[in-house]
Ligand binder design. Structure first.
Ligand code: NAP
Length: 564
């Protein structure tokens, strides 16, 4: 990682105890926010708990980690020079290449001087008198800031199962989301991997190639679609670059931030042969467009079934052992309602002699032992255990920080029954606290880079407007927030997503309120809603003018209330 050392000891905040804005996290969201705020002339410090930038791509360096959105799409669009000059080597970039890109961006735009690495934020408390946020780091540094912007990501709070016995385990163990920076060798070793989501699928393929033996402990099978990854042909990249602006614009107004062409038909209504041809073509193309091929695949259970049946046939045709194939076929959720996996050779991996699939749905893991682990039915000796067990998603990273708004209200209490935001951008009672890709926005249902840029652009325009008009604070009105939470719920329930026990709904975390929190209406529609709110003078938000006492935690309209 280049140029990080200068920030290690005494970075930005050591020089300043008061700034215009604190940004939490130096992943793609934090980097772009810093760049935009600085251009606006604000003083900014970014706190990043890792010792480098890159967020997701800094932490998730497990074997086989790569993005399953295509490289040319999963990249910033804000700089024409950057997007023209950067060359991706593969259709789907490896983690190391994406991390190199994040570092390149940080250097190219001179961002590192305002990033405090190795610095986790412990608390963020609103000072009502000063109308500023008091940000305290784990190391005890304190910085006050007018704006606090969360760029903590949706999938950064890794979770471990609470099996007993881990402390007595004598082998090595790793979580995919906290992978060490040093090389991990699997050669000649007996490996167990727990979890078959995207991280489990990717690491299974890679580890199987090296391990003496790999046991894959599967509780719930997932659908996986081939990526057909390979080198990115220079001519293809050049062709797209000629038209990059139009491509990006299409992404911004698409359903998921990736321009797919849907045929506009209902899958269940077309003749079988036509549907089969369409699915074959989408399968051959690879990636997420498989579930976008018909627009009703995620809306209509019968149409969804046609796609699930197609994939089931593909799995059976690929996996040699019919019993293993049967185990790998999902039975408890419609296809696409748990995040699809995208792979290169996942199902084929189960034809290898050194790979065994273990069903822990019927025979759960009971304990980790000194030598490995024990399920209800058998013991397994393992030199390495890989936990690919996922994340406390969407709200987890934010709620790990002690955030207190007006009247000392804790965000964790306010969201005890599920997150409440207006547009996924902000929450009532927490003035000048913005959330990039927060709950209630398309966030995890979209290409993150598209959504990050949209959120940052919207927030920066809002902050600029506040500066020009002399506003001290902005926050959502409770009514606007309530309406938005209802909208997110209603739109979500027009889809099949809530049918799955997924991290989208919080079902993967014991005790977490079950609620489908992303906005499922599509990034294009969402962008139009956000733009309309801004055009109507930030309808649904309340501003207080500089110098005025901000209102105390009731819902009486304050100065400059905008509608709703
Ligand atoms: P995940 O999708 O939540 O998968 C976690 C897996 O661990 C599931 O199979 C889950 O089983 C299993 N698991 C969790 N707790 C368990 C327990 N106590 N006992 C047994 N099994 C347990 O997490 P992930 O694979 O890390 O992926 C999370 C998300 O990150 C993805 O959906 C994707 O959005 C993103 N991601 C993207 C990429 C990419 O772009 N290539 C790569 C990796 C991740 P159950 O299903 O039964 O709960």
């Amino acid at each position: 990682m280049q140029a990080k050392t200068s920030k290690r000891n005494g970075g930005a905040s050591a020089r300043r105890t008061s700034v215009d804005a604190v940004v939490i996290g130096a992943g793609f969201a934090g980097l772009y926010m810093l760049h935009r705020l600085r251009k606006l002339g604000l003083s900014v410090v970014v706190f990043e708990r890792g010792d480098g930038v890159g967020g997701t791509w800094y932490w998730n360096r497990y074997p086989g980690a790569r993005c399953d959105t295509e490289s040319m799409t999963y990249s910033y669009s804000f700089s024409g020079d950057l997007e023209q000059e950067w060359e991706w080597s593969e259709r789907y970039a490896l983690q190391s290449e994406i991390l190199a890109y994040a570092n390149h961006v940080a250097e190219r735009f001179d961002l590192l001087r305002d990033i405090e690495l190795n610095t986790a934020v412990r608390s963020v408390v609103f000072d009502e008198l000063e109308q500023t946020w008091q940000v305290t780091t784990e190391g005890g540094e304190k910085v006050s800031a007018r704006f606090c912007i969360s760029a903590v990501g949706c999938l950064s709070a890794a979770t471990m199962p609470d099996y007993p016995g881990l402390k007595d385990y004598t082998g090595e163990w790793y979580h995919t989301g906290r992978w060490p920076h040093e090389p991990v060798s699997f050669a000649g070793k007996r490996i167990g991997i727990i979890g078959t989501g995207s991280s489990g699928v990717q690491s299974t393929i890679a580890i199987a190639k090296e391990a003496a033996h790999l046991h894959v402990f599967q509780r719930t099978p997932n659908y996986s679609i081939p990526a057909w990854n390979g080198p990115l042909a220079r001519e293809d990249a050049a062709k797209l670059k000629e038209n990059y602006a139009a491509w990006r614009e299409a992404a911004r107004y698409s359903q998921i931030g990736i321009p797919f062409e849907s045929n506009g038909k209902s899958a269940k209504s077309v003749p079988v042969e036509e549907r089969e041809r369409e699915f074959e073509a989408a399968w051959a193309e690879g990636g997420f467009n498989f579930v976008m091929s018909y627009p009703d695949l995620l809306m209509d259970i019968e149409s969804n079934r046609t796609a699930a049946d197609f994939v089931e046939r593909k799995i059976r045709a690929t996996v040699n052992d019919p019993a293993v194939a049967d185990l790998l076929i999902p039975k408890d959720h419609p296809i696409g309602t748990k995040r699809l996996c995208v792979d290169t050779g996942y199902y084929e991996t189960f034809n290898r002699d050194n790979v065994t699939l273990v069903d822990i749905r019927n025979a759960p893991i009971e304990t980790i032992t000194a030598e490995g682990l024990r399920t209800r039915d058998a013991s397994y000796a393992l030199d390495v255990i890989v936990f690919a067990t996922g994340f406390d998603a969407i709200t987890g990273p934010l709620l790990k920080i002690d955030i207190r708004g007006r009247g000392g209200e804790r965000l964790v209490d306010k969201w005890a029954e599920g997150p409440r935001t207006y547009l996924g951008l902000a929450t009532a009672g927490f003035p000048n606290l913005f959330m990039i890709t927060g709950p209630g926005s398309p966030c995890v249902l979209s290409n993150m880079l598209t959504s990050i840029e949209q959120h940052v652009d919207w927030m920066v325009t809002c902050i600029e407007r506040m500066r020009d008009e002399g506003s001290a604070t902005i926050e959502p009105n409770v009514q606007a927030e309530d309406d938005w939470v209802k909208t997110v719920h209603e739109v979500g329930h027009t889809t099949l997503y809530p049918m799955a026990n997924s991290w989208y709904t919080g079902a993967n975390i014991p005790g977490k309120v079950r609620m489908f929190t992303p906005y499922a209406g599509g990034v294009g529609t969402y962008r139009q809603i956000c733009d309309a709110v801004a055009e109507k003078n930030y309808e649904g938000f309340t501003f207080t003018p500089t110098g005025a006492r901000s209102r105390v935690s009731d819902d009486r309209p304050a100065v400059q209330t905008q509608g709703r």
